[in-house]
Write a protein that binds this ligand. Structure first.
Ligand SMILES: Nc1nc2c(ncn2[C@@H]2O[C@H](COP(=O)(O)OP(=O)(O)OP(=O)(O)O)[C@@H](O)[C@H]2O)c(=O)[nH]1
Ligand SMILES: [Mg+2]
Length: 438
């Protein structure tokens, strides 16, 4: 019955979802997210419930009595797997599996399983494998002892015998490989990822001088939809969690000749396994190096405010806590209660409201980004030789010409220009630049 933890996958498996909530805390997590995650991994959710607990049991998390109750539900719904919204220790998993006699997974393992199925590029695959080895492997090895005891369990359904969520990366042989081999593989993966990382940094360095914007946000917020709407990118969009695992970068023309780079990247989630964030550092390099982060929020989700907090936590963890951010409230077209949207807007008055799907508000978003890109407006007096038309063209493209005066061979122009455009103007070597007003 080594299969129990050998295959932590849940694809097509009958799953029971449990969220254990400490009675003292009034946590209103309604299992919606765990359901979406389980379904994204391919599980069939047959039952779900919240379990209030007074304290966390070191052995079974929810306590023995409640574990026995859970076992009854497992039998009644013919479940193959129980998935907890909480982080369980290897010991808690072991003890729970002894009682319910089917596979027990925690939230981190479920997320890793989804990542494993989504990884397409070499880099994403390596990153997921590393995270899985580091997160799941210690749990698997410690399973050795009790696996025999629960032999025969889960055999009631076909899916149980085939396997399901959790080890889609490192694979079935995992239990057989020696720990030393695993450590060797971890070292090798880290080395390969460092090399990819170096290449990424070189790639990003190569784009120096261009203004870089990265769209970040909770998974399913609409990041890829926005990238597609603003550029002619053809990025995969789907109503499932973690549709994107890689970073894609496209040119975005803001108007007035201004071109910036816009990137879409992997979605964030609350309580992401730490190992996963660590191994996705290279993918998140675009975000780390961006001049502006566009934080997109699915404002139609009742949990939007908490999701904003979770994203901010991940940003702090990857070292972007202080980066310039523009908050964008997406999916305004499907907000159920106008009063909810108004409440969020009152709390976040600087946020721009859009619908990436219908195109609503995209012009305003472009204007706001444009303003950020240009920097605060300056009024300048620039002198140049009349024969050099480049300065006039530049000011016409990036600013606004207010007055032009021709004096023997020379032209004096009064114009407005964004502060960030000043270096570009200086590169054209005008005879003189005077800032009249800031
Ligand atoms: N109604 C509505 N749906 C939207 C809007 N923006 C995105 N969606 C839908 O939301 C779902 C997720 O969109 P994606 O663009 O894939 O989201 P993402 O943030 O890239 O998601 P991940 O890559 O999975 O993290 C898709 O079904 C989109 O069609 C919007 O403004 N309005
Ligand atoms: Mg996406």
């Amino acid at each position: 019955m080594q299969k129990l933890r050998q295959t932590l996958r849940v694809r097509k498996e009958r799953a029971i979802l449990v969220a254990a909530i400490l009675r003292a805390r009034n946590d209103s997590d309604d299992l919606a997210e765990l359901t979406a995650l389980a379904e994204s991994a391919g599980a069939i959710v047959v039952d779900r419930f919240q379990q209030k607990i007074r304290t966390i049991s070191a052995t079974t998390y929810i306590g023995k009595g409640k574990a026995i109750f859970l076992d009854k539900r497992v039998k009644r719904f013919k479940a193959d797997v129980v998935i907890f919204d909480n982080d369980l220790s290897p010991r808690q998993i072991r003890e729970l599996e002894k009682i319910v006699k089917v596979k027990v997974l925690d939230r981190g393992e479920l997320i890793l399983d989804i990542f494993a199925t989504r990884a397409k590029t070499k880099q994403a695959k390596l990153q997921v494998e590393l995270a899985q080895l580091e997160y799941t492997y210690p749990r698997l090895t410690r399973m050795w002892l009790h696996l025999d005891t629960v032999a025969g369990a889960g055999g009631g359904t076909a899916a149980g015998a085939v396997g399901g969520i959790g080890t889609r990366g490192p694979g079935e042989q995992q239990l057989e490989i020696d720990r030393r081999l695993v450590n060797k593989r971890i070292t090798q993966l880290k080395r390969e990822l460092v090399n990819i990382d170096k290449r990424k940094i070189r790639e990003i360095d190569g784009r120096k001088g261009l203004f870089k914007i990265c769209i970040i946000g909770y998974t399913n917020a609409g990041k890829s939809t926005l990238l597609n709407a603003l550029t002619d990118a053809d990025v995969f969009v789907e109503d499932r969690l973690f549709a994107t695992l890689d970073t894609r970068t496209r040119k975005w023309t803001l108007g007035g000749g201004a071109e910036v780079l816009l990137s879409d990247t992997v979605g964030f989630l609350k309580n992401l396994p730490h190992q996963l964030i660590a191994s996705f550092k290279a993918t998140l390099e675009e975000a780390i190096n961006a001049d502006l982060l566009v934080h997109i929020v699915d404002v139609s989700n009742p949990d939007a405010l908490n999701q904003i907090d979770s994203v901010n936590n991940v940003l702090a963890e990857i070292g972007c806590g202080e980066s310039p951010i523009l908050l964008v409230l997406n999916k305004v077209d499907i907000v159920r209660k106008v009063s909810d949207l108004e409440m969020v807007q009152t709390l976040l008055p600087d946020a721009v409201c859009i619908s990436a799907k219908t195109g609503l508000g995209l012009e305003q978003l472009t204007d706001v980004v444009s303003a950020r890109y240009k920097g605060s407006e300056l009024l300048l007096r620039v002198s140049s030789s009349q024969s050099d038309g480049r300065i006039q063209s530049f000011l016409r493209a990036y600013g606004r010409i207010v007055k032009e005066q021709y004096l023997d061979g020379s032209v004096q122009i009064d114009a407005t220009l964004g502060r960030n455009q000043l270096p570009g103007l200086k590169r054209l070597h005008p005879e003189d630049i005077e800032i009249i007003q800031t």
